[in-house]
Design a protein around this ligand. Structure first.
Ligand SMILES: [Zn+2]
Length: 424
């Protein structure tokens, strides 16, 4: 009986003084001044209430492994891949499960209740697959974990990757992954896309490939991905992750490419924290930013999400599971500073990834799951600026995390005052 009434919330779309009535874990009304009594009540106090954050691109098999067996000295993508190769033989299922569960606790505290994680299938033991399937089961009551079979060392480049990927899907992994730019040749990259898309299409599965994570403007696998999505009728089920080469591509070519992606119903995921740190590493000055063309894709109606990608792993030593930090970085890197663009950045870590993952019952309207977050902020733009605490995180009508709003007590020249960084 997860019943609840939330009073006086502000919503991301600008509605204010809204109550949300929850019965049996589902939202039954979202409107001002709902007349009910005798129910558990939460006072939002005019603060922003939004649907949970969603991370459309993550690597939970590597999370919190920073420093094992050593630190990435150069900080580059390629040393990170080499480092992951050194760590893999030492992985145990228990360590994988423990690290993932610890991260899921962090995620819940930050209001992040759905994650799509790639899982490396190149280890013939499929330890990480087994571990994350176990984690998916354990966290299911409070977090939706969607898994992607990811042939990290290349589908055709790595022995047994194709067999392992099929085994992983048979074991219950949800989505078909790929990494065409890491295959030996452009032709092998294109062939891997064809094989993987046909495999997914036959089984009605979604596809999400690491695609063109490179500064090479001639890395054009996204064109091939869009081609097969279109050919196989997979509109709405195919995603290109990273797409960083698009940053460096010829502008005329991109003017043809983006409409092809739109026509094929292909979504895009940028990973701003990782793209800004890993791309442009071979550049002297000026250094490229390396993030894909987010505002241009959004303007065409291509769904774009921002992913976290990494937290404290061989590729990235930072991060805490805060999708507002991810969105803030995306906002800065893409110079999305208009009012409308800042709202788009907020959508890129909430609504858009929910659509890309195909989450059922996501939203705040009657009939949706009673999953939401109340932040110590008034609106999405203030949330992006402050990355504030999540006062309440609610799943299926039940409060699963609470954080008190921090208030600094200043004492200046004998004038005590409190500071919370909010205006008004
Ligand atoms: Zn990734």
């Amino acid at each position: 009986m997860n019943d609840l009434i939330v009073r006086n919330a502000s919503l991301a779309d600008g509605r204010r003084h809204i109550d949300i009535l929850v019965r049996d874990g589902k939202i039954v009304a979202t409107e001002p001044a709902i007349a009910v009594t005798g129910m558990p009540e939460l006072d939002a106090g005019g603060d922003l209430l939004c649907s949970p954050f969603v991370d459309a691109h993550f690597h939970m098999d590597a999370v919190l492994s920073y420093g094992q067996p050593r630190v990435n000295q150069s900080g580059t993508l390629l040393e990170g891949i080499a480092l992951w190769g050194e760590l893999k033989p030492h992985l145990t299922q228990q360590a994988l499960v423990d690290r993932a569960l610890q991260y899921c606790d962090w995620a819940v505290a930050k209001g992040l209740l759905a994650i799509r994680s790639h899982v490396d299938i190149c280890d013939p033991r499929l330890l990480a697959v087994e571990a994350l399937l176990e984690v998916r089961k354990q966290v299911a009551p409070y977090l939706d974990l969607q898994l992607v079979a990811f042939p990290q060392d290349g589908l055709l480049r790595s022995a047994d990757a194709w067999t392992n990927l099929q085994r992983a899907i048979a074991m219950g992994v949800d989505v078909v992954g790929g990494i065409p730019h890491f295959e030996r040749t452009m032709q092998d990259g294109a062939e891997s896309i064809r094989l993987l898309c046909e495999f997914a299409a036959e089984r009605g599965l979604m596809v999400d490939m690491h695609c063109d994570e490179s500064d090479d403007p001639m890395s054009r696998h996204i064109e091939t991905l869009a081609y097969h999505a279109q050919r196989l009728g997979m509109q709405g089920r195919v995603t290109g992750s990273h797409l960083t080469s698009m940053h460096s591509m010829d502008n005329y070519y991109v003017s043809k490419l983006l409409p092809l992606m739109k026509e094929a119903g292909v979504a895009a995921i940028a990973n701003p924290l990782i793209n800004i740190t890993l791309q442009g590493r071979h550049d002297h000055y000026p250094k490229r930013r390396g993030m894909t063309r987010v505002p241009e894709m959004l303007a065409l109606g291509i769904p774009v999400a921002f992913g976290h990608d990494c937290v404290m792993d061989p590729w990235y030593s930072m991060g805490a599971g805060d999708m507002l930090e991810v969105a803030s970085m995306g906002l800065h890197v893409a110079q999305m500073t208009s009012q409308a663009a800042m709202h788009q950045c907020f959508d890129a870590v909430t609504r858009n990834p929910a659509q890309i993952l195909g989450l059922q019952g996501y939203g705040l309207e009657p009939g949706c799951q009673a999953d939401f977050v109340i932040l110590d902020a008034r609106d999405p733009i203030e949330a992006l600026r402050l990355r504030p605490v999540r006062r309440y995180v609610v799943r299926r009508g039940r409060v699963i995390s609470q954080t008190a709003a921090p208030i600094a007590q200043l004492s200046l020249d004998g004038r005590p005052q409190s500071v919370n960084f909010r205006l008004g």
